[in-house]
Design a binder for this molecule. Structure first.
Ligand SMILES: [Zn+2]
Length: 280
């Protein structure tokens, strides 16, 4: 008897349960969307003044060597990483928007002998664990994670400039970036600077514009696509990372002055209302 009732009612019960299940999914989705909106800031910052917290990491044991690298990052003249990054990005912002902005970098020395790694989170819980890790990392450096518009983790590591392995990443979510600062010599300074600006570009909303190692996407990865892919480019699109000499050959940037954002990147970062060039 009991079994008969169960069999009779089960289709209705199943439908009810199914509706509840769907409602639960919708509710969970709405909640996730709300959380996502909270932790994924609006596409574009009010870019009049941007404060960037920079937490340094390094596994270099030699204290004097480390000090010399840190001074190359933080010194306040041309040829210093954060000075050149600030000058380039402020000039680029002005070139596109005709408005002034200020990027303030606040640097904190490494708190121990370790380097930082960031794995892409696999889900919401993973994502929160990651943000908690960022907050603690900043705390260990004596900084408040929430006091900044953008947050950079910089690993100062020994690495040959021909070693193309790369762990630098930048994300617009939470505006966090990790940069590998290769212990510098003349060969890799410009590359360190390019990577820093590239990840900052990501943090501001710009997307990659390369198709492989030393292969800029045409036309979006070219600062002057109107020159055509066959002719040498004068500038390096920061979101491509290399400068096309012709359609087959590209070279790494040498000077801070050759680094530029192209129209599509400027558009993605909200610096111009829409892409001006007809070639895109
Ligand atoms: Zn990228």
């Amino acid at each position: 008897m009991g079994a008969r009732i169960l069999t009779k009612r089960s289709p209705l019960l199943f439908i009810k349960l199914f509706i509840r299940f769907i409602l639960l999914i919708v509710l969970a989705f709405v909640c996730m969307l709300a959380i996502y909106q909270t932790y994924h800031p609006g596409l574009h910052l009010a870019q009049t003044e941007i404060n960037i917290g920079v937490a340094l990491y390094s596994d270099i044991q030699d204290g004097r060597k480390l000090d010399s690298e840190i001074s190359k990052i933080s010194c306040n003249k041309p040829g210093c990483l954060l000075f050149d990054a600030k000058r380039t990005i402020e000039a680029e912002y002005f070139r596109y928007s005709r408005q002034r902005t200020t990027f303030n970098f606040n640097i904190a020395r490494p708190s121990d002998n370790s380097i930082k790694s960031i794995q892409n989170p696999r889900g919401v819980i993973d994502g929160f664990a990651l943000i908690y890790d960022f907050i603690l990392s900043f705390q260990n450096h004596g900084m408040n994670y929430f006091a900044y518009d953008m947050r950079l983790f910089v690993n100062v590591i020994k690495k040959h400039h021909r070693d193309y392995s790369e762990t630098s990443i930048g994300s617009q979510k939470s505006r966090v970036g990790l940069i590998e600062w290769q212990v510098s010599d003349k060969n890799n300074y410009a590359w360190n600077l390019t990577k820093t600006l590239h990840e900052m570009g990501h943090m501001l909303g710009a997307r990659d514009k390369y198709m492989g190692i030393r292969k800029s996407h045409y036309p979006s990865g070219y600062v002057n696509p109107e020159f055509g892919a066959d002719r040498p480019q004068i500038y390096t699109e920061i979101m491509s990372g290399t400068r096309p000499i012709n359609r087959f050959l590209e070279i790494e940037p040498v000077l801070a002055e050759e680094l530029r954002f192209g129209f599509p990147s400027a558009f993605e970062m909200g610096w111009i209302p829409k892409v001006k060039s007809k070639s895109h």
